[in-house]
Ligand binder design. Structure first.
Ligand SMILES: Nc1ncnc2c1ncn2[C@@H]1O[C@H](COP(=O)(O)OP(=O)(O)O)[C@@H](O)[C@H]1O
Ligand SMILES: N[C@@H](CCC(=O)OP(=O)(O)O)C(=O)O
Length: 387
C-alpha cells in the first residue's frame, strides 16, 4: 500500500487513469441510492445521470451498474425491514427494479439519452459465448447513445441476494472486465478507503493504493447494514479483480453531486487503485474473472515451474492428479502438489481423458485415447498464471 510514495503525484495518476480510459463503468450501491426512509432517492439518480451523460459526452462508453432494486422495492411496498426469505427478496427486487429503471430513464431522457436495462446473472458471464454476447450488446447500446444500466437479475439469479459477501461490486468489476481500457468507479456512501475505522477523526482517506495487498484488505471494517450487502471488503475484492484486468479503480463519494465530473477532470477524489503493469486481456480476462471452475489438475513440481516461470503450456506428463468431472473446454484450476494455485485455464480434454493420459508423454497419447491428440492439455494462450 502507498499513499503516494513515488515522485509522481496522485493527481498525475488520476489524470492518466481517466485519459487512458475508453470506457467508464460506474457502480452505485443501495446506501447511496436510498434515503433515510429506505425510499429511492430520485434526486440522487438525477445528479448521477447528469454525471453519466457528462462522461458519455466525452466519447467514452459509459455503463452504470446500479444496485437499489431491493431498496426501491422496500420503499414502494412500505416495508421497513429487509426480509430474509429468498422469494420475498426476489419479488421486492422485481417491484423495485421497475422503479429504478424508470428513474434512470426519466433523468437520462432530459439529457437526450435513454436508459438501457441490462439484467445479468453470473452464469451469463461464465460462458464464453454469453460473455461475448453481453459485450456486443453493451457496445451496441453505446453506439445508440444510450446508457446501459446493469443490475444482477435478482429474480432468477439468487447468488447476490443470498450471499453476504459478493454483490454488485463484483458484477461491476466483471462488466469492466468485458471492456478494453476501462476505469471502474465504485461509488459509496463514504468518500473512499480510510486508513482506520472511518468513524474516528484520526482516520484519513487514502488517496492512492499502488498495490492492493493483504494490508489494504485488513482496513475493511464492515458492520452489516440491513439495506446493503457489500461493504468495503467486497469493494476491495472488486477493485482487485478489476486491477487484475489492467483497469484502474476509484472508490469515491456517491453523495457528492459533482463526483463523476470530478473523476472526469482527474480531481483528487476518493481512493485510486492502480493496476499492476501487466493486465490480462480477452479470453484470459474471462478465464481469471468470470469463468466457473469445473475441476482441478494437480501438477508435479516440473510442470508447476514450467508454467510459473517459463510461460509453457501444460502437458499431460506433468499432471499427477485430476479432480472433478469436467468437459473439454471447461475452465480448470491448476494447483501444485501443495495445493497452491499455479493458474487456471481451458482444458482441451474432458476429465476422463485427462485421467487416462496424466503422467504420459505426448507421443503416447494418440494410442491411449484412440484419437488425434491436442498439442497440450491446457494451452498457454488459454491460461492465466498466478504471479
Ligand atoms: N477502511 C474503511 N474505509 C472506508 N469505509 C469502510 C472501511 N471499512 C469499512 N467501511 C464501511 O464500508 C461502507 C461502504 O460499503 P457499503 O455498505 O457496501 O456501501 P454501498 O451500499 O454504498 O455499496 C462504509 O459506509 C463504511 O462503513
Ligand atoms: N441487486 C440487489 C442487491 C444489491 C446490493 O445490495 O448491493 P450494494 O448496495 O451494492 O451492496 C439490488 O439491486 O437491490
Amino acid at each position: 500500500m502507498s499513499e503516494s510514495s513515488s515522485s509522481a503525484q496522485p493527481s498525475d495518476f488520476r489524470s492518466e487513469a481517466i485519459e487512458g480510459a475508453q470506457s467508464v463503468v460506474v457502480k452505485v450501491g443501495t446506501r447511496v441510492l436510498t434515503d433515510s426512509n429506505g425510499k429511492l432517492d430520485r434526486q440522487r439518480i438525477e445528479t448521477l445521470s447528469a454525471g453519466l451523460c457528462e462522461i458519455a459526452e466525452s466519447g467514452r462508453q459509459t455503463i452504470m451498474v446500479s444496485s437499489g432494486a431491493v431498496g426501491a422495492g422496500m420503499g414502494k411496498l412500505g416495508l421497513e425491514e429487509r426480509p430474509t426469505g429468498l422469494s420475498q427478496l426476489q419479488a421486492i427486487a422485481a417491484v423495485g427494479q421497475a422503479d429504478l429503471i424508470q428513474a434512470y430513464e426519466r433523468a437520462l431522457a432530459k439529457r437526450g439519452r435513454h436508459a438501457a436495462q441490462v439484467l445479468l446473472t453470473r452464469s451469463d458471464l461464465k460462458r464464453r459465448d454469453a460473455y461475448l454476447h453481453v459485450r456486443n450488446a453493451l457496445g451496441q447500446i453505446h453506439q445508440f447513445g444510450a446508457v446501459a444500466i446493469v443490475n444482477e437479475n435478482d429474480s432468477v439469479a439468487v447468488s447476490e441476494l443470498m450471499t453476504t459477501f459478493g454483490d454488485n461490486d463484483r458484477l461491476a468489476a466483471q462488466v469492466a472486465g468485458l471492456l478494453g481500457d476501462a476505469l471502474l468507479v465504485i461509488l459509496s456512501d463514504i468518500d473512499g478507503l480510510y486508513d482506520g475505522p472511518p468513524e474516528l477523526d484520526s482516520s484519513k482517506r487514502i488517496e492512492l493504493v499502488e498495490s492492493l495487498d493483504d494490508s489494504v484488505f485488513s482496513l475493511a471494517q464492515d458492520h452489516r447494514n440491513p439495506l446493503s450487502k457489500g461493504g468495503m471488503a467486497s469493494k476491495l475484492a472488486a477493485a482487485q479483480l478489476a486491477n487484475s484486468y489492467g483497469h484502474p479503480v476509484i472508490i469515491g463519494p456517491g453523495r457528492d453531486d459533482q463526483v463523476l465530473g470530478k473523476v472526469l477532470r482527474g480531481e483528487n477524489i476518493g481512493t485510486l487503485f492502480l493496476p499492476p503493469h501487466r493486465g490480462l486481456r480477452g479470453r484470459r480476462r474471462w478465464i481469471s474473472g468470470s469463468a466457473e471452475i469445473a475441476g482441478k489438475l494437480v501438477l508435479d513440481a516440473g510442470a508447476a515451474r514450467a508454467l510459473r516461470h517459463d510461460g509453457r503450456s501444460l502437458l499431460a506428463i506433468g499432471i499427477i492428479d485430476v479432480k472433478g468431472d469436467f468437459d473439454a473446454g471447461d475452465v480448470v484450476l491448476l494447483v501444485d502438489a501443495d495445493g497452491r494455485e499455479v493458474g487456471r485455464g481451458l482444458c482441451n480434454y474432458p476429465a476422463d481423458e485427462v485421467r487416462q493420459i496424466r503422467g504420459h508423454a505426448s507421443d503416447a497419447i494418440a494410442e491411449i485415447l484412440g484419437h488425434r491428440p491436442y498439442e497440450s492439455v491446457v494451452h498457454r494462450d488459454n491460461m492465466t498464471v498466478v504471479t
